[in-house]
Design a protein around this ligand. Structure first.
Ligand code: GAR
Length: 210
């Protein structure tokens, strides 16, 4: 059974979806630890309720990004994970960190990548009058929100949407697609080869599995 470490900064609703999918057996893996960079991340409550090991590693106590990422990698490696899952972990990672976990570092981003890398994705979709929006699960590379996409889900954008209503619709899809991608990884069906994601040996299209 694969060992998974999940990194969070906030609410942890994606963490919850992955916890539930591990408990039900949908994901053939177990969460070895949840690490947060913020002590007040609600996801820590969720992890504790599920009986998982948790750790807070605040970036504020490190002098720079490099030092923090070294400490973070040390904390992760205590658990010897097969997979590191970023679930709303709101930190830019150093190239050394990304290299260390090459091929076993996944992220979820609230947009249809390559659209809207970075922050405030829901508001930007509304401001641009987009008719559809969504979320993407991708392998992490040095390029921020730029690694190969594994799976996307689309939602409609309605004329009376605000960022909050749209985020809620996207979140529902996040909770569907992230456990599925983690399941594929834990089933040994998903690999990263340089800038490609492969599922069952097939190279996935730029916007992931369709
Ligand atoms: C999710 O919407 C996720 O896509 C986003 O943070 C939220 C975390 O929610 N991630 C990013 O913006 C990463 N760039 P959660 O804590 O409830 O899972």
């Amino acid at each position: 059974m694969k060992s998974i470490v999940v990194l969070i900064s906030g609410s942890g609703s994606n963490l919850q979806a992955i916890i539930d999918a591990c408990s039900s057996g949908f994901i053939p893996g177990r969460i070895s630890a949840v690490i947060a960079n913020k002590a007040n991340a609600y996801g820590l409550v969720r992890a504790n309720e599920a009986g998982l090991s948790t750790q807070v590693l605040s970036h504020k106590t490190y002098k720079d990004r490099e030092q923090y990422d070294i400490a973070l990698a040390d904390a992760i490696d205590q658990h010897q994970p097969d997979l590191v899952v970023l679930a709303g972990f709101m930190r830019i990672l150093t190239p050394a960190f990304v290299q260390r976990y090459h091929g076993r570092l996944l992220n979820i981003h609230p947009s249809l990548l390559p659209k809207y890398q970075g922050l405030h994705t829901h508001q930007r979709a509304i401001d641009n009058n987009d008719s559809e929006h969504g979320c993407s699960v991708h392998f992490v590379t040095d390029e921020l929100d730029g690694g190969p996409v594994v799976l996307q889900a689309k939602v409609p954008v309605f004329s009376d949407d605000d960022a909050e209503s749209l985020a809620e619709r996207v979140h529902e899809q996040e909770h569907r697609i992230y456990p599925l991608v983690v399941r594929w990884f834990c089933q040994n069906r998903l690999q990263q080869h340089a800038d490609q994601a492969r599922l069952d040996g097939q190279v996935l299209a730029a916007n992931g599995y369709a």
